[in-house]
Write a protein that binds this ligand. Structure first.
Ligand code: PLP
Length: 389
């Protein structure tokens, strides 16, 4: 069975061109970039090229890029650094809808005496900037607010947020793991001080990430040891990962327009057909500005996990908005923060497309989904009640 992979916010396929780019760096060009000899030097030059390519996608300077192991590390490094830079400041601002890479860290820090404000969102997943303005104060060390939400694709107005944060002299970090490659970025004219990105969301392999650190912004690394990455991230470089990330950033720049036209059109058609063919469906965050590749659809009176299993039997890969915690199925914290009714949050499915998604795949999903939902509603007591109405 050939898979129909519509779970690209979870991870992406490595682009063949990325794979070809890194192939020589496993068995032939395996030198350590820190070595003095020519053999290490040729790898160092390739890393320089990767840094330039990554910086170009962000509109940043090459020296503003620090390679890390993943998006999670980049998020942790930024927030922990800000707290070390401003030891007297004890306030952190974030949102209720962040990825656990930020939210878990902030909640842990709140147990260690930091004051953490988690901003709320409205029914469409939008922030209230007046709430931010009211809570940011001279005690705020860092504001960490994601660029785009991994579950709903809702995009936050990063530059407006940054302008408010800057008025109070706090540092501004954004988790742009889902936004990079889908939203144009220009750090040169941005209010962002630090940004996280991750290779495996961008058609590079897993285990490589990067952090953007604005020139002049002080930084304290939590990975210490060797002098790699200008003393900002110790450890022998993941050379193949870095080279892959560089190539994937170059390709992402190339495909950015397509992502916002062809991929968006596919997503819009998928969404419109689901709404047309299936009753009692809503799009989570449908009224907000969203990533072009993501749709989170709530099917009332069904379990998201059951939909996923039946889709999976047909070769279709999507993901649910629920996390199975301690044996009970909890609706996702993002949908709960948006106030999505319980009956909808439980039946929420995320489809996330990529430049490899096709019209035929959208047709296949549109063909399979309505009978699956009908069948599940017939099986559930609430669903049966609804169908009898
Ligand atoms: N931030 C967001 C918004 C994400 O979607 C993810 C991954 O799903 C991460 C951070 C973590 O990235 P990584 O898997 O590279 O650690």
């Amino acid at each position: 069975m050939k898979e129909i992979y519509f779970d690209n916010n979870a991870t992406t396929k490595v682009d063949e061109a990325v794979f070809e780019e890194i192939r020589p760096y496993f068995c032939e060009l395996y030198g350590n970039p820190s070595s003095m000899h020519f053999f290490g030097g040729q790898v160092q030059r390739k890393i320089d090229e990767a840094r330039n390519r990554t910086a170009a996608l962000l509109g940043a300077l090459p020296e503003e890029i620090i390679f890390t192991a993943c998006g999670t590390e980049s998020d942790n490094a930024a927030i922990r650094s800000a707290l070390e830079i401003f030891p007297e400041k004890r306030h952190i601002i974030t949102t209720r809808v962040e990825h656990p890479a930020v939210l878990t860290l902030c909640r842990n820090l709140s147990k260690r005496g930091y004051r953490v404000t988690e901003l709320t969102v409205d029914g469409d997943g939008n922030l209230d900037l007046d709430e931010l303005r009211a809570v940011v104060d001279d005690d705020t060390a860092i504001v960490s607010i994601m660029h785009a939400n991994n579950e709903t694709g809702v995009i936050f107005p990063i530059e407006k947020i940054g302008a408010i944060v800057k008025e109070k002299g706090a540092l501004f970090h954004t988790d742009a793991v889902q936004a990079v490659g889908k939203v144009p970025m220009n750090m040169a004219s941005s209010t962002v001080d630090m940004l996280a990105l991750s290779g495996h969301k961008l058609h590079a392999p897993k285990g490589i990430g990067a952090m953007y650190l604005r020139k002049g912004v002080p930084f304290r690394p939590f990975m210490v040891g060797g002098h790699q990455e200008r003393n900002r991230r110790a450890g022998t470089e993941n050379t193949v990962g870095i080279i892959a990330l560089g190539k994937s950033c170059e390709l992402a720049g190339h495909y950015l327009a397509e992502e916002n036209s062809r991929v968006k059109a596919l997503r819009d058609r998928l969404e419109a057909e689901i709404l047309r063919l299936i009753p009692n469906v809503r799009v989570n965050g449908g009224g907000a500005e969203r990533l072009p590749n993501t749709t989170s659809v709530a099917f009332e009176f069904v379990e998201g996990e059951a939909i996923l299993l039946l889709l999976s039997e047909k070769g279709i890969c999507a993901s649910s908005g629920s996390a199975c915690t301690s044996g009970s199925l909890e609706p996702s914290h993002v949908l709960r923060a948006m106030g999505v009714p319980f009956t909808c949050a439980h039946g929420s499915i995320r489809f996330s497309l990529s430049r490899f998604s096709t019209d035929e795949e959208v047709d296949a999903i549109i063909g399979e989904l309505p009978p699956i939902i009908q069948r599940l509603r017939e099986l559930s007591p609430f669903g049966r009640e609804f169908l009898q109405k």
